[in-house]
Ligand binder design. Structure first.
Ligand code: FAD
Length: 277
């Protein structure tokens, strides 16, 4: 059982706890992107375990009549072992998703994995309509990648980028990343037929997206993490399509520590939970 201190950011250790969270969110008009915590596997066994857990989860989501989807990290299903292992495991997950008509997101990790991730996504996107990939505005290559993605079916989640990338290939200053994010949004709203996901908690980026939506009419959705700006998630859901990215599983400690440390508000929340105030 997840201790109360971490349960703001993690939906539970078991699929049953996760699905209860999904149901509660759906009752409030927000749908869930389910992510099983796990990454950087160097051996096939944990990658196969997580692959199978995702397949079972897709079946459970369908059996429960819920509208949730999943989001998978490439290094969680074998990219660290080899591109072929990653592709095999992803194909098995996408196959199961197709059986249940569920959506599969592919998270984006650090820059050495970008090509393999985009190539695997491109293959699946042309075969199966319910697949999406994350792309990072901080990478200097992203405008070029977006041009390629604009010609494909499928959805693209734009994020600022969570990895500490070298200056040769990435914008590192916040204002420059924000500018790049806005430029990417402009391109996507103009050039994509639909399938835009705004993966950001930043009110300025969300407002920029809503203005572009009014201008171009292109559909979009907003995605935020569990435990971050949850009131805003509910408010935005009154007008827009909002999805909450909810992690679950046994490996919650390192994820929770990252969330707690990244912003003062989150740390204050965690400390209050410890001292019971
Ligand atoms: P920031 O630039 O961190 O902050 C901008 C503003 O947003 C702040 O000034 C504040 O107003 C508001 N804000 C931000 N955080 C908080 C908070 N905790 N509490 C209150 N207000 C806050 N990165 C990847 O590299 N690969 C992925 O696959 C990936 N998937 C993601 C999926 C989702 C659904 C989301 C939301 C993010 C994902 N990320 C991913 C992380 C992303 O790259 C950013 O690191 C992260 O979202 C922080 O950037 P931001 O745009 O949310 O806001």
């Amino acid at each position: 059982m997840i201790p109360p201190i971490a349960s703001r950011f993690v939906a539970g250790e078991t699929p049953a706890e996760l699905l209860e969270h999904v149901r509660q969110l759906e009752d409030q008009g927000v749908r869930t992107i389910c992510n099983r915590l796990g990454e950087h596997y160097e051996q096939p066994e944990p990658a196969i375990d997580d692959r199978d857990a995702y397949c079972d989860l897709l079946t459970d989501i369908d059996n429960a009549g819920l509208g949730a989807c999943i989001s998978v990290k490439p290094s969680q299903i074998g990219l660290g072992i080899g591109e072929e292992t990653f592709r095999e495991n992803l194909a098995i997950i996408v196959d199961r998703a197709a059986t249940h008509e569920k959506f599969v997101w592919i998270d984006m990790e650090d820059h050495p994995t970008t090509d393999a991730t985009l190539d695997a996504y491109a293959d699946h996107a042309t075969e199966y309509e319910r697949v999406g990939v994350c792309i990072q505005a901080n990478l200097k290559r992203t405008p070029e990648d977006l041009r390629r993605l604009a010609d494909l079916p499928g959805k693209v989640r734009l994020v600022k980028g969570a990895y500490d990338e070298p200056a040769a290939i990435a914008h590192r200053k916040k204002p420059r990343v924000n500018e790049a994010y806005r430029d990417c949004l402009d391109f996507m709203f103009e050039e994509f037929d639909d399938g835009i996901a705004v993966g950001s908690h930043d009110p300025a980026m969300i407002e920029h997206a809503t203005r572009r939506h009014e201008e171009f009419g292109t559909d979009f959705e907003i995605q935020m993490l569990m435990g971050v700006r949850e009131e805003a998630q509910l408010e935005l859901a009154e007008e827009y399509d909002v999805w909450q990215y909810a992690p679950y599983g046994g490996k919650w400690l390192s994820y929770f520590s990252r969330r707690a440390m990244e912003r003062t508000e989150n740390l204050t929340f965690a400390l209050r939970a410890i001292v019971g105030q």
